[in-house]
Design a binder for this molecule. Structure first.
Ligand SMILES: [Zn+2]
Length: 92
């Protein structure tokens, strides 16, 4: 774990933050245009899902997915997913 890794991680977090805030701005500024372009593009990147463990909103494409029975649950990270699974096993 060198300082370079931390730098890369910080850069990734910053880029992610920029992307999310850019998407929020877009929907505010030109809602009409966006609905047309996002549907034709096919890639929906700005769908946010809520992590049930830490209640953070994460972009669906970057979320950690857990499929339970026929339910899909999204987490911000594998760590939160592990917590959720552990809590579930405790109550059962
Ligand atoms: Zn989380």
């Amino acid at each position: 774990m060198g300082p370079l890794r931390i730098l890369i991680l910080a850069a990734l977090l910053y880029i992610g933050y920029r992307l999310i805030s850019a998407n929020f701005k877009k929907t505010d500024d030109k809602k009409k245009k966006d609905t047309d372009s996002t549907q034709s593009g096919g890639a929906i990147t700005d769908v946010l899902v809520e992590d049930p463990v830490c209640h953070k909103l994460v972009p669906k494409q970057q979320a950690h997915l857990l499929e339970l029975d026929d339910q899909k649950i999204y987490f911000c990270s594998k760590g939160c997913c592990d917590i959720f699974v552990a809590e579930r096993e405790k109550t059962e």
